[in-house]
Design a protein around this ligand. Structure first.
Ligand SMILES: Nc1nc2c(ncn2[C@@H]2O[C@H](COP(=O)(O)OP(=O)(O)OP(=O)(O)O)[C@@H](O)[C@H]2O)c(=O)[nH]1
Ligand SMILES: [Mg+2]
Length: 215
């Protein structure tokens, strides 16, 4: 996939604020500080598209970006950061549930995990969520520059085992620092998007239901 254009579309915390349906979306989920925003910037080849921070909890809204004028990527707020206020943390679940459960053109949620650690209970829970909604199957292991080649292979196996991945599910190691892994992620996104067949629009449905009896 060649990224020709990318633009920030909108931030949302509620359904009414989401951009209109009818455009395929691929979202990115993971623990706060795992590197979601960094990965998005890397994939899109833009330094400051999604805000990256030393302070975890930077992304607290659902952020939509339009890519190549044809699909959207969605930066989801991170979970599992202790220093986020309780009130803030309590908003996370309903906000995610509302998005994941009611977005017909959401094709996949890329689950990010830190390659240095075994997936946390929250990572596993998030992935089960994605399985429940049929949005699972693509995992990105971030910060690959922080481990040796041996550790990398060992940890990828742990990630597969702990998230209970199927043989056909993919785990792609990436490093935002060394800029590696992007080609693999972009080509996986290409595959996902090429399988997109939008449902009939409301007006098309009307024609089918009404058997074109409007003569
Ligand atoms: N060494 C290294 N550091 C990384 C990598 N990816 C991200 N980081 C660093 O990790 C920190 C968090 O990155 P973000 O991209 O802001 O993480 P996030 O998942 O968007 O975090 P929230 O918005 O809080 O959910 C930043 O300091 C990044 O520079 C990577 O591949 N390698
Ligand atoms: Mg972020």
């Amino acid at each position: 996939m060649i990224i020709k254009s990318v633009e920030f579309l909108t931030s949302a915390v509620r359904r009414e604020q989401y951009p209109p349906e009818g455009v395929p979306e691929i979202a990115f989920a993971g623990r706060s500080n795992v590197g979601k925003s960094s990965l998005i910037n890397l994939l899109m080849n833009r330094k400051k598209l999604a805000k990256v921070s030393q302070n975890p909890g930077k992304t607290r809204t659902i952020n939509f970006f339009t890519v190549n004028g044809s699909f959207r990527i969605v930066d989801l707020p991170g979970y599992g950061f202790a220093r986020v206020s309780k009130a803030e943390a309590e908003k996370w679940g309903p906000m995610m549930e509302e998005y994941l459960s009611g977005r017909p053109d959401l094709l996949k949620v890329v689950q990010l995990v830190d390659v240095r650690h075994a997936p946390s209970a929250q990572d596993r829970q998030m992935y089960e969520y994605l399985q429940y909604y049929g949005l699972d199957g693509l995992v990105v292991a971030t910060k690959a520059d922080k481990v040796s080649k041996n550790e990398l292979n060992r940890n990828l196996a742990v990630i597969r085992r702990e998230l209970k991945l199927k043989k056909t599910d993919r785990v792609i190691p990436v490093s935002a620092l060394h800029k590696t892994g992007t080609e693999e992620v972009l080509s996986a996104m290409d595959e996902i998007l090429s399988a997109y067949h939008p449902g009939p629009t409301e007006s098309e449905e009307e024609t089918i239901d009404g058997c074109q009896e409007k003569v």
